[in-house]
Design a protein around this ligand. Structure first.
Ligand SMILES: NC(=O)c1ccc[n+]([C@@H]2O[C@H](COP(=O)([O-])OP(=O)(O)OC[C@H]3O[C@@H](n4cnc5c(N)ncnc54)[C@H](OP(=O)(O)O)[C@@H]3O)[C@@H](O)[C@H]2O)c1
Length: 294
């Protein structure tokens, strides 16, 4: 299917649905035991029209990137949008350049469509060096767009201050369940400043509470609870999402979130009444210690 695009005023665009790959190829260390199934899952996603593939140098210690590199062989590279991330400890000038080169090699490509620091640089690493290295990669054509992950408004503005290239996105944990980005004004800031929000963890890692209001809406619209949750997310202005799945049945279910609309009243009810809303991202804390206060 054709995945609809969201386009910013700057002209930067992303499909509303891309593929996340955290835990494909391992977690902190490389795990080769599921290579075949995971490569097949990435190919299945591309076969279903998905072009945005999201990975990071840290996923499976680089093995996630290798799996994508393997899966995209034979596809037209220009039809894909590959995003990767550099870890917080590799964001000094030389380290960042080295990290990008290694990611490109593992992915088997000579450019990234989007490159993002995975979080604000660790204490002791100067954000100006991080941004200078990203600028160089853009100048040399190795990176087409630069974004950032997991930034509060303060840190986003600080990072943006040190580059003339626009930071096109802030990749954040955001879902019906996790609302920290809303509570702290980050969503509104991105919407007002023409920044895409790439929502990670859109299904609460597959453990989102599916009862009560989601179930009620699912029955009303003839959809599944996760289709309702994903539809709510991508209806938000400037928000796109990147669920991870290695199962074709889940992929097809998730794609069923596209191409129809919840009524404004139901959107508002979901926003307000979804139970057990958590306002702090436990997995990647936005307030972690860095040189610029969160
Ligand atoms: N920038 C960052 O700091 C950051 C942090 C975390 C994640 N991310 C990115 O965002 C992506 C998405 O986040 P995530 O992987 O943490 O969480 P997620 O997409 O909310 O959840 C993924 C989990 O949900 C399951 N799942 C997917 N579709 C399902 C369905 N229809 N029914 C039941 N279970 C389903 C998957 O299992 P199956 O594979 O079995 O379907 C997987 O266990 C990541 O893969 C990664 O690329 C970025």
């Amino acid at each position: 299917m054709e995945i609809p695009l969201k386009t910013l005023e700057s002209g930067f665009s992303l499909p509303v649905y891309g593929l996340g790959t955290w835990q494909m190829g391992g977690r902190g260390e490389a795990d080769h035991s599921n290579d075949e199934a995971e490569i097949a899952a990435i190919k299945a996603a591309i076969g279903h029209g998905i072009t945005h593939l999201d990975t990071a140098e840290s996923y499976g210690a680089g093995h996630s990137e290798e799996l994508i590199g393997e899966a995209i062989k034979g596809y037209d590279r220009s039809g894909l949008f590959i995003a990767s991330k550099v870890s917080a400890w590799n964001q000094g000038y030389d380290d960042l350049l080295r990290s990008c080169e290694a990611s490109l090699k593992r992915l088997g490509t000579d450019y990234l469509d989007l490159y993002m620091p995975h979080r604000y640089p660790e204490p002791g690493i100067d954000i100006t060096d991080t941004m200078r290295a990203l600028d160089r990669l853009v100048d040399e054509g190795a990176v087409r767009n630069m974004g950032f992950c997991n930034l509060t408004v303060n840190r986003f503005e600080e990072a943006q201050k040190h580059t003339n290239n626009k930071l096109v996105c802030n990749q954040l944990e955001y879902s019906l369940q996790f609302r920290e980005a809303e509570r702290r004004g980050i969503i509104e800031y991105c919407q007002k400043n023409d920044v895409m929000i790439v929502a990670w963890g859109p299904l609460g890692k597959g453990t989102m509470e599916q009862g009560s209001i989601l179930q009620e809406m699912a029955e009303k619209y003839g959809k599944t609870p996760y289709q309702i949750a994903l539809n709510w997310l991508i209806t938000q202005q400037n928000v796109v999402t990147i669920p991870k799945t290695t199962q074709v049945a889940h992929l097809e279910e998730n794609l069923g979130a596209l191409g129809w609309e919840l009524s404004p009243e139901d959107l508002a009810r979901l926003t307000k009444d979804f139970p057990g809303q958590q306002t702090v991202s436990a997995r990647v804390p936005l307030d972690y210690a860095a040189d610029v206060p969160a």
